[in-house]
Write a protein that binds this ligand. Structure first.
Ligand SMILES: Nc1ncnc2c1ncn2[C@@H]1O[C@H](COP(=O)(O)OP(=O)(O)OP(=O)(O)O)[C@@H](O)[C@H]1O
Ligand SMILES: [Mg+2]
Length: 415
């Protein structure tokens, strides 16, 4: 510390203390004087005007502040994160584009409004921005599911309070990352693991089950014929029933075997429209039994895809069967072909007018053995997914409480 005399703006000389920092460079030595004095003044000893620390500090801080303000403005606008800022009155101060999309709100209509007003009608427990945010509980990497009108999101969320320099609470923030794709990938991996395990067990036991079944079936057919010849109608009825049940077991074993990577697949370039036309009579038969009408919209000259024709038929039959079974009161099952040239994909939508799939079940329907039907095996959708994934496609489901659409997407065959 050095003692110096300073002249105040009013021209009066006053003593002050000063810290001197020399900054040496090859050209010269520059001294930085930090003056412990609050008013703008001139330093007599060195013949220079010194802007006291406070004055200079404030202007520098103002510069830094405006940069920070600009950064935070740009950050909130451009960043690919959900950013939500609220003040102590629980009013929305700022919100990023992604957060608006996820919450299904318009930024211009929401800024400066109380969060409670913006989400009027949404039950408190289902709101993403909770008032408890202002209680100051620090949240890090909290996984939440959120569904707006159109889509379901998986989010990883952080939240905390914002404090002023003096430690006073001035608001709170939420920052979240949309991890929907990651989560669905993770679920797919888990599902494939389970399928692979079931497949291994299936491959090992399927033969052992089928062999005795073949001989049981053979002898039953003999019995059935004998009962028929001797006019024993009741007994013949029993054997008919037993044969039907054996067929069911055989079908189940067949589906099991499909899960364990089918051996005899033959991939060809095929026309999806032709496959759909082939199975229409089978679907129509099913539909008539359930009082359902089929509406089919095909497109002209659909690009070819690579698949096993028989397996692809099985996929569409399974999906149509589910749709028909869902429409207990009857209705229309719509099959629509679409071409997406930009993505180079053929899409087939299978849309029913059934009751839809509740949100809490939608993650489970592709799991092997998940069924809500008394006589269902719960293998239909997992087999479909396996077949479609094997040819580089995807099966997606959309259900908004009324009706369900399954979309099978398949890449164009290479030219
Ligand atoms: N279109 C749909 N509408 C409503 N729920 C559906 C629909 N498709 C599938 N589901 C639900 O998904 C579950 C699983 O379907 P999946 O096809 O795998 O098996 P399943 O139909 O129950 O039995 P299976 O196909 O062996 O006869 C069904 O039990 C049903 O709850
Ligand atoms: Mg099914």
């Amino acid at each position: 510390m050095a003692a110096v005399t300073v002249r105040t703006a009013a021209g009066i000389l006053e003593p002050a203390r000063c810290r001197i920092y020399p900054l040496e460079s090859s050209a010269a030595t520059v001294y930085i004087l930090l003056l412990d004095y609050s008013r703008l003044c001139t330093c007599e000893e060195h013949g220079i005007t010194i802007r006291p620390r406070e004055v200079r500090g404030r202007s520098e801080r103002a510069g830094e502040l405006s940069l920070l303000q600009q950064f935070s403005g740009t950050f909130v606008k451009d960043v690919n994160l959900g950013v939500i800022l609220v003040d102590t009155q629980f009013r929305l101060v700022d919100i990023s584009e992604l957060a608006c999309t996820v919450l299904g709100i318009k930024r211009s209509l929401s800024i400066n409004r109380c969060v409670d007003d913006i989400f009027q009608g949404v039950p408190k427990e289902h709101q993403l921005i909770q008032r408890t945010l202002l209680d100051g509980v620090l949240v890090r990497n909290h996984a939440v599911s959120w569904t707006n009108d159109r889509q379901r999101y998986e989010l990883l969320m952080d939240s905390s309070l914002i404090r002023s320099g003096t430690g006073e609470i001035v608001g709170a923030y939420i920052i979240f990352k949309d991890v929907t794709n990651l989560r669905s990938l993770e679920q797919q991996v888990q599902r494939s693991d389970r399928l692979a395990m079931i497949g291994q067990i299936a491959a090992g036991t399927a033969h052992e089950i089928r062999n005795p079944l073949t001989s049981i079936k053979g002898f039953l057919q003999v019995l059935n014929r004998t009962f028929q010849q001797n006019g024993m109608e009741r007994e013949e009825g029993y054997t008919d029933l037993m044969l039907a049940e054996i067929d069911r077991i055989n079908e189940l074993v067949g589906e099991f075997l499909l899960l364990s990577k089918p051996k005899h697949v033959s991939y060809d370039k095929i026309d999806v429209s032709a496959v759909l036309r082939d199975i229409l009579p089978i679907i129509n038969n099913q539909a008539v039994l359930h009082n359902v009408t089929i509406h089919y919209e095909s497109v002209y000259q659909i690009p070819k895809i690579v698949a096993d024709r028989e397996l692809l038929k099985q996929v569409f039959i399974n999906l149509c069967k589910n749709g028909i079974e869902a429409m207990i009161q009857g209705g229309t099952l719509t099959i629509i072909e679409r071409i997406e040239y930009r993505e180079r994909k053929v899409h087939v939508d299978i849309q029913d007018a059934g009751p839809g799939i509740p949100a809490f079940l939608i993650d489970k329907i592709f799991d092997p053995f998940f069924t809500t039907k008394e006589n269902g095996t719960g293998l239909g959708l997992s087999v479909c997914q396996r077949i479609i994934h094997d040819i580089g496609g995807s099966v997606r489901v959309a259900s908004k409480g009324y009706g369900t659409t399954f979309t099978v997407s398949l890449p164009f065959a290479p030219e």
